[in-house]
Design a protein around this ligand. Structure first.
Ligand code: G1P
Length: 281
């Protein structure tokens, strides 16, 4: 997305925010890995000025690999290859101006064509046993239509998210009756918010093409999605897992700790230093 990443300046002055690493992997790679784990094989990266590294990251790195081979650094070669996509698996489109998430998605319309597709916003990093995109794809197979991942947020935070107006609710799947982007707490129809994972029908492109401006004077994906309600099934899934808002400094720091604690080679060292900080309080 062509968001400017202003919350992480100066770190993001010369570098895309999606290249910020959590432990040792950039946010964008977590998103691509999650999509691949759900069986997705074709990717469209929506980039913009200063974001070419996002595409390069998934390319072959001949020179680096040759040097690593000479030095017998085999584990590092595996790490490099993990970040490499098969030939032809990724295309990129440029969002020329930061006009909003809806506009960014619309920029990929030729890639999407007539097929349902998944959207992953790399700022939302999700730790889950079954990858969140897989959970959405499973629901899509059951229900068809549109499916978005949702989570409860405190009412005072509704103005940060897309919020659902809810119909039938079985505790896991909720019927979406309406969608509002970033409502004030007193106007929010619920406290169930959309997180950055969607499985959508291609029809959304038509609604986005009007370029209607919404919250923040931006073209909002939420508004485009809202226009599909009623014509086709639309569900929110209370996914199983933990979301880290890596567009926020505290969320990003928490993700570092949580993901490091999941790494067998690092967990005890991280536990030990955390204990020191607690004792220093
Ligand atoms: C975007 C969407 C919003 C959604 C959020 C999830 O907002 O517009 O509906 O709840 O992502 O992270 P943004 O974070 O770009 O402001």
């Amino acid at each position: 997305m062509a968001g400017l990443g202003t919350r992480f300046l100066p770190a993001t002055k010369a570098m895309a925010k999606e290249m910020l690493p959590v432990v040792d992997k950039p946010l964008i790679q977590y998103a691509i890995d999650e999509a691949r784990a759900a069986g997705i094989e074709q990717f469209c990266m929506i980039t913009g000025r200063g974001k070419t590294a996002l595409v390069e990251h998934f390319d072959v790195a001949y020179e680096l690999e040759a040097v690593l081979r000479e030095r017998n650094k085999f584990a590092e070669i595996v790490a490099l290859r993990d970040a490499q996509l098969p030939p032809g698996a990724m295309v990129a489109v440029r969002q020329q101006e930061p006009l909003g998430l809806g506009h960014a998605i619309w920029c990929a319309r030729a890639f999407i064509g007539e097929d349902p597709f998944a959207i992953l916003l790399p700022d939302d990093l999700i730790m889950a046993d079954v990858p969140c995109t897989q959970q959405l794809a499973d629901v899509y197979r059951e229900t068809g239509g549109n499916v978005v991942a949702v989570v409860e947020v405190p009412r005072e935070h509704t103005s940060r998210y897309g919020i659902l107006d809810i119909g039938a609710d079985d505790g896991r799947l909720v019927e979406v009756r309406g969608l509002v982007e970033k409502p004030k707490p007193e106007e929010a129809p619920s406290t169930l918010s959309i997180i950055g994972r969607y499985v959508l029908l291609p029809d959304v492109m038509e609604h986005l093409s009007n370029m209607d401006r919404g919250a923040g004077n931006e073209v909002q994906l939420t508004d485009g999605m809202a226009k599909m309600i009623g014509n086709t099934p639309f569900h929110g899934l209370r996914y199983e897992g933990r979301r880290f808002d890596c567009g926020d400094k505290i969320g990003f720091l928490e993700a570092q700790i949580a993901f490091a604690l999941r790494r067998p080679e690092m967990a005890s060292a991280v536990q030990a230093f955390l204990k020191n900080y607690r004792e220093a309080d």
